[in-house]
Design a protein around this ligand. Structure first.
Ligand code: IVH
Length: 670
């Protein structure tokens, strides 16, 4: 077989395995075999750029070139549904349909209402052409590059499966609960703001300008509406079952019913059972199944007459506040937690709810013994949404006063200007802060020492074996093995994991240090810019601000971290154990600092590269792309039709204007 044929064969096979795994949940091969096939295809494609295919399975990894979304007008407007929260209105809907169809028999297709963001996918000859968000219903964002990274969305449909020549399929992009929780745990560790619910997370992710980020975020998609000139069936239900054969994931809860009573039963059943689904749902959608009947019922201005959404109520319960406790995070941030009488809420028993901060407590004038309303919406952590002041009686306890000292180490708390949270400033000796920092250090995206976990860290801390991250590298076998075979075996694994971590690249070491506000992305930018820890440690505020994506808050935090002698000593110890304190040769080779310290404005239309590509090139060579011309601008990279106002400003300030050729010569990419 020639390499071209092999490429085609691998593409078809990988598309099929993808479907088996992500849509049907029935993998036929192991992950390792899948990876092997993928690598083989990647190698072959690298050797045959002329055989590039935008829908190849290799294209699912995304790219970190910045993209700006193009606006696309929907072929058919994306309407929304009329909502209802009660069964009487469901009955009224049913009666309207009966009347509208003048007594003809009809069926209703009951489905879950998935709580993500709607997407429209367009296929031509079995290949994904483009994907658009709902936008305002008339036009939306072209998010094709991001959508391609969602593994359950087929890029190429299996030959001969009977799909129409051209069609549109709509559905919902979702972040499964599991991915959502994992993502928030990571964000918490990196001190990045948490997503409130899976819908926000899915939407934030799908609109990310960096498709490589989307590829990592584990989105899923359920499809629920097939449209086109020659769709195969006059039954909505059958169309979706066929779509499943073409490779789409559909809601398996779909059910055809023949009476109002069956609709009520469906609602009651799924109102409970939905709690076990892997994705968030916020209601039930009812649709007249026959497409001919849908046509005859038609639309109102806003929504179809043949469908309605029944929305579940966010569950709310009252219970009694018994105590407020305080948690200390790895950065010293204090979180007040309400401890309440246990109460059933959305399928779980809830005893604790976050109280956010002091202002939140004051807002409710919270007292011990208060009757509080607790709600569990899209958020995982239940929250207190109100206090029942009328229920207060002589048993009411004292007003909740925010603590003044750290509950773990007794240090007086501080509240920085402009921040809602209180902090324990004793970062070097407050136990939860120390343990939290070590947990962050070993976490997957940091040093990835997965043989260690929070319990082991807590044990080592308690026994005095580990008091900071550098102590990990001083652990001796006799300290952690002994008792039995099991313990010996795990000691071997732990020591091995720690020893191997010295190879973790510099940028992740930097992230692992847990400098406040330095998340994964900031760590990467800093590592690329300064190339080694000594340069970073010496950097001034101005220099730090030259780095892409680094603002005053991060810059000040970096300076303050490195100015602390304890941290300087920590770095020296880590260095002595062999941790990576500089970029590797390969990383250095891929980047240059030709443009280091330069602020560059891009203007006009270009011939060789897109604006986004130029932006990426500037960053790769150490420069910074800025939006507007000022005295600080180093030069303007100008294409055709540079705006006259910009040109005038540049001339006035004496700033050099460089064309594409000059620029590419400068960075040696011509
Ligand atoms: S059908 C014309 N089916 O709910 C009918 N929509 O308010 C188009 N949604 O924008 C929608 N699950 O984002 C339909 N099984 C389902 C759905 C569903 C979730 C969303 C969709 C739509 C909104 C309607």
């Amino acid at each position: 077989m020639g390499e071209k044929e092999r490429i085609e064969q691998l593409r078809a096979e990988l598309h099929r395995h993808n479907y088996q795994y992500y849509v049907l949940n029935q993998p036929e091969i192991s992950d390792m075999e899948f990876d092997q096939l993928m690598h083989e295809l990647q190698d072959l494609e690298a050797r045959h750029p002329e055989l590039f295919d935008a829908n190849s399975p290799t294209q699912r990894v995304g790219s970190d070139l910045n993209q700006d979304f193009k606006q696309v007008v929907h072929k058919r407007p994306m309407l929304s549904l009329a909502n209802t929260y009660n069964k009487d209105e469901v009955r009224e809907f049913y009666q309207r349909v009966e009347e509208g169809l003048s007594g003809q028999p009809f069926q209703i297709c009951c489905e879950m209402k998935f709580d993500g963001l709607s997407i429209s996918l367009h296929y031509l000859d079995g290949r994904l052409q483009y994907a658009v968000t709902r936008g305002d219903g008339v036009q939306g964002d072209d998010v094709t590059a991001n959508v391609k990274t969602i593994p359950s969305i087929p890029l190429v449909l299996p030959e001969g499966s009977g799909y129409p020549h051209e069609f549109e399929i709509r559905g919902e992009v979702l972040m499964p609960w599991e991915s959502f929780e994992a993502l928030n745990r990571e964000r918490e560790a990196a001190e990045e703001p948490l997503f409130a619910n899976p819908r926000n997370a899915a939407s934030g992710t799908l609109k990310s300008k960096n498709s490589a980020v989307v590829a990592q975020r584990k989105l899923d998609a359920y499809l629920y509406y097939l449209l086109g000139e020659d769709i195969p069936s006059e039954s909505h239900y059958d169309n979706l079952q066929l779509a499943k054969k073409w490779g789409f994931k559909i809601g398996e809860q779909m059910k055809l019913v023949n009476s109002l009573q069956e609709i009520y039963d469906y609602i009651d059943y799924w109102n409970e059972a939905r709690k076990d689904l892997p994705v968030a749902t916020d209601g039930i959608v009812l649709k007249v199944n026959s497409i001919a009947q849908q046509r005859s019922l038609g639309m109102t201005a806003k929504s179809p007459r043949w469908a309605i959404a029944y929305k579940f109520m966010a569950e709310k319960q009252t219970t009694v506040l018994r105590e407020v406790s305080y948690q200390v995070g790895r950065t010293g941030a204090i979180t007040p937690v309400a401890n309440m009488d246990p109460v059933h809420l959305s399928g779980t028993i809830v005893r604790r709810a976050t109280l956010n901060n002091e202002d939140f407590i004051k807002k409710f004038d919270l007292h011990i013994g208060d009757h509080v309303f607790v709600e569990k919406g899209g958020e995982i952590i239940p929250k207190i949404v109100d206090v029942d002041l009328d229920a207060r009686d002589e048993n009411l306890g004292p007003r909740v006063e925010f603590i003044t000292h750290c509950p773990e180490c007794g240090t007086p708390l501080v509240r920085y200007e402009g921040e809602a949270a209180h902090y324990c400033p004793n970062d070097t000796a407050c136990p939860p802060q120390i343990k939290g920092r070590i947990e962050h250090f070993i976490s997957r995206k940091a040093m990835n020492i997965d043989s260690l976990g929070p319990e082991t860290i807590a044990e080592y801390y308690r026994r005095g074996i580990v008091r900071d991250i550098a102590d990990l590298y001083e652990i001796r076998r006799y300290q952690i093995s002994g008792a039995n075979r099991q313990k010996d075996k795990s000691a071997t694994k732990i020591l091995q994991g720690i020893a191997e971590s010295v190879n973790v690249p510099f940028e992740r070491v930097l992230y692992a240090l847990g400098i406040r506000f330095v998340g994964e992305i900031a760590a990467k930018s800093l590592a690329r810019y300064f190339k080694n820890i000594d340069a970073l440690a010496k950097a001034s505020l101005d220099e730090l601000l030259q780095v892409n994506g680094i603002g005053t808050i991060i810059a000040q935090s970096v300076i303050s971290w490195f100015s602390n002698p304890q941290n300087q000593w920590l770095i020296e110890r880590l260095r002595s154990y062999g941790l990576q304190m500089e970029l590797s040769e390969e990383e250095l080779a891929a980047h240059s600092d030709t443009l280091a310290g330069q602020s560059i404005v891009i203007s006009g239309v270009f011939a060789y590269h897109s604006r986004d590509e130029y932006k990426a090139l500037i960053e790769r060579h150490g420069g910074k792309n800025v939006g507007s011309i000022s005295a600080k601008t180093s030069f303007v990279l100008a294409g055709e039709n540079m705006g006259p106002a910009k040109l005038e400003k540049a001339t006035k300030l004496g700033i050099k204007v460089m064309n594409e050729d000059e620029f590419l010569t400068l960075i040696k990419e011509k």
